[in-house]
Design a protein around this ligand. Sequence first.
Ligand SMILES: Nc1ncnc2c1ncn2[C@@H]1O[C@H](COP(=O)(O)OP(=O)(O)OP(=O)(O)O)[C@@H](O)[C@H]1O
Length: 244
Amino acid sequence: MPEQLLSAEGLTAGYNGVPAIRDLDLSVGAGEVVSLLGPNGSGKTTTLLALVGLLPAMAGTVTALGEPVPTRRPHLLARRGVRLVPDDRGIYFGLSVREHLRLARRRPDPARTAAVLDRFPALAGLQSRKVGLLSGGEQQMLAIATALLGGPKVLMVDEMSLGLAPKIVQEMLPAIRELARDEGIAVLLVEQHVELALAVSDRAVVLNHGRAVLAGTATYLLAGRDRLESAYFGADEFAATQGA
Ligand SMILES: Nc1ncnc2c1ncn2[C@@H]1O[C@H](COP(=O)(O)OP(=O)(O)OP(=O)(O)O)[C@@H](O)[C@H]1O
């Protein structure tokens, strides 16, 4: 079993005193890719925000790299190597790609930059382009490349595939999978593309109404399509989609 770099136990978090996720257990080990799945509003983004301490835990604990995650100090956590790429990508549109990549490290590291750009070759030829003029897929690659330049130990990506063509997603997800394995990064993906996510994941957790309703290895989840759909949609909604 890999060393657990990120874990939540009994995590409850939400907004204005109202829980949006309840009693969640989750862990991601070195070199592992775990997907957090579930329908709209099931609590995936809330979970990520709680995991980086942007939302304080109402109950339970969050541990990253063996230490409790501090509340509302994501920059401190990022310095320790725990990075979240948010669903709006968190990038600066006025910079060029080259300038953006330079922001990622206090001291430039050309070898690391070259190694990361190797994983996203489409970006390599766009270094002079303004970030705001990149396509959605290129912007997403830049957001992830920027996070990777710092050499993260834990990487969380919220809805990487949002607004992207499936072909781009099919290229990017395996690149993230390889990076996790090669560099021992613990990766937590929030994804709407269930099958694409499971294809590159070791394990997944399905949330519904803020609770983990199904968890297991990707192989187990892919082998039980009905079980997955039922957990994903909820029994009643699933029945409705079946015309019952
Ligand atoms: N800032 C907020 N204030 C109050 N409630 C919120 C806030 N953000 C999210 N919620 C609520 O918390 C619940 C979980 O939302 P969350 O964004 O975590 O779901 P999600 O699974 O990421 O959804 P999606 O797939 O649509 O992005 C939803 O009921 C949502 O309406």
